[in-house]
Every structure is written in structure tokens, then in C-alpha cells.
Design a protein around this ligand. Structure first.
Ligand code: GTP
Length: 238
């Protein structure tokens, strides 16, 4: 069997993936599929931490652009990520994957608070750890959370699973002639203002030299392919 390229990864799942063909919320079939793919990677012996977005339920930025106070809107977005985190935990545990949810905003009745050392112990014991509630601070995105948590737990790579199969020079949904990049540097992403992750998230990855691989979760088996070192999506590195 091929050896995994990574020992510990941080998987960033965008909330939008979870809607499937709906316009809102969580499609139970999609979350089951995502859980199954995660299970396959766990069975390779790879330690997986997950940061999950909340855009399928509530988008802080969109609400603030319509006049809502940005900090309030961001807190609502953080709560949305907790809903997704609990749904993913449920889907994983249904297929016997040990999972712990940790929230950046304390709500002990529902989940553990984020404690870095505890998260690392969970990972060492083969549990999937889901980080919910973003960084716990408004004005930060879940992409920045992914960079921050990846750094904190010593993840070797950030796998950013989205609806698009890599990074393009224009939105491929709107522009047929859009060109997909195979590889990019952090500086390319910043200079070209590519909409991969926000600048805070990219800068942190650049400082910490954590590569980011952007790929589509719509194709079955992609997480495993990336983990086994197959060329999938676009890789951003130094
Ligand atoms: P170890 O025993 O240290 O290997 O880890 P563990 O997570 O199995 O032990 P622990 O006794 O800390 O947790 C048992 C269960 O309670 C797990 O499902 C945890 O996610 C959960 N848990 C732990 N702390 C909290 C908390 O503060 N709030 C909530 N809601 N659940 C918690």
C-alpha cells in the first residue's frame, strides 16, 4: 500500500459543500459522504484535524454588507460553524470514527473548549478533532482559523476542500476560459489577489511555511488522493 505523504493534516471544509444541491443548510447524504472519505483517510493512520466553515447556514460578511454590525454577524457565523461541527461529528461517529469537537467560544454543555494540548492528545489517539466557532474572534475567517490551528497543532499541510477543483485566474463558473494553476507561491496568491483564502490566512501559512492544497470535494476519493501524494487541485507553497 502507498505510504501517506503526511502524518498530521488540517482539513478545511467549506460550509457551502454541505448544502449539496440545496440553497441552505446541511444535506444529510453529503455529510455522510464527507464522513466516509474522512474515515478512509483515518484508516491510513493519518491524524486529522478539521476546521469547518458555516457559509451554508450564515455568512457574516454578507450580512454585514447588508447593514448588520460586522462583529455581531461574525459571531452568528461562528455559531453556524458549531452546527456544522456537531453534524459532522454525528456523521463520523455513526460510522465508528472517534471524534471530538472543540469550540473556540466556550459552551461546555455542548462540546469541549479549545485546548491545544488536549487536541493534540486526541489526535495522537487517532481521534478526529473538529475545531468549531472559528478563532472565537470576529473579523477573522475560518480560513484564518485553519492556518492558526494548523500552526498550533503542527499540521504538515492544510487541505482546503471546496466546490472548485483548484485555483483559477478567474471564477471558472463565470469564465469558461479561466486557467487553472497547478502550483503557486504564497506571494503569487497575495499579489494576484486570488480568492483562495484571505490575506491573513495566506500570510500566516507563508510565515509558518505550511503548504495549502486546494481541491474539490465533489469528486469522490479526493482527500485520500491528496494525502497519498497524488496531484490533485492546486498547491500553494513557498
Ligand atoms: P482522554 O480520556 O483524555 O483520552 O480523552 P476523552 O476525550 O475520552 O476524555 P474526557 O473524559 O475528557 O471526555 C469524555 C467525553 O466528554 C468526550 O466525548 C469529550 O468530548 C467530552 N467532554 C470533555 N470535556 C468536555 C466539556 O467541557 N464539555 C462537553 N460538552 N463535553 C466534554
Amino acid at each position: 500500500m502507498t505510504k501517506p505523504r503526511y502524518r498530521r493534516i488540517l482539513l478545511k471544509i467549506s460550509g457551502e459543500i454541505l448544502t449539496g444541491d440545496r440553497d441552505y443548510g446541511i444535506d444529510p447524504e453529503i455529510i455522510r459522504q464527507v464522513a466516509q472519505e474522512i474515515k478512509e483517510v483515518v484508516s491510513l493512520g493519518v491524524e486529522i484535524a478539521i476546521v469547518i466553515g458555516g457559509g451554508n447556514i450564515f455568512r457574516g460578511m454578507a450580512a454585514s454588507s447588508k447593514g448588520m454590525d460586522r462583529a455581531t454577524a461574525d459571531y452568528m457565523g461562528m455559531l453556524a460553524t458549531i452546527l456544522n461541527g456537531l453534524a459532522l461529528q454525528d456523521a463520523l461517529e455513526k460510522i465508528d470514527v472517534d471524534t471530538r469537537v472543540q469550540t473556540a467560544i466556550e459552551m461546555r454543555e455542548i462540546a469541549e473548549p479549545y485546548i491545544r494540548r488536549k487536541a493534540m492528545r486526541h489526535l495522537e489517539k487517532g481521534r478526529v478533532v473538529i475545531f468549531a466557532a472559528g478563532t472565537g474572534n470576529p473579523f477573522f475567517t475560518t480560513d484564518t482559523t485553519a492556518s492558526l490551528r494548523a500552526t498550533e497543532i503542527g499540521a504538515e499541510v492544510i487541505l482546503k476542500a471546496t466546490k472548485v477543483d483548484g485555483i483559477y485566474d478567474a471564477d471558472p463558473a463565470l469564465h469558461k476560459e479561466a486557467h487553472k494553476y497547478e502550483e503557486l507561491t504564497y506571494l503569487d496568491v497575495l499579489k494576484k489577489q486570488l480568492k483562495v483564502m484571505d490575506a491573513t490566512a495566506i500570510s500566516l501559512c507563508m510565515d509558518q511555511k505550511i503548504p495549502i492544497i486546494v481541491f474539490s470535494l465533489k469528486e469522490r476519493g479526493n482527500i485520500q488522493k491528496v494525502v497519498l501524494g497524488e496531484k490533485v487541485g492546486t498547491e500553494v507553497r513557498g
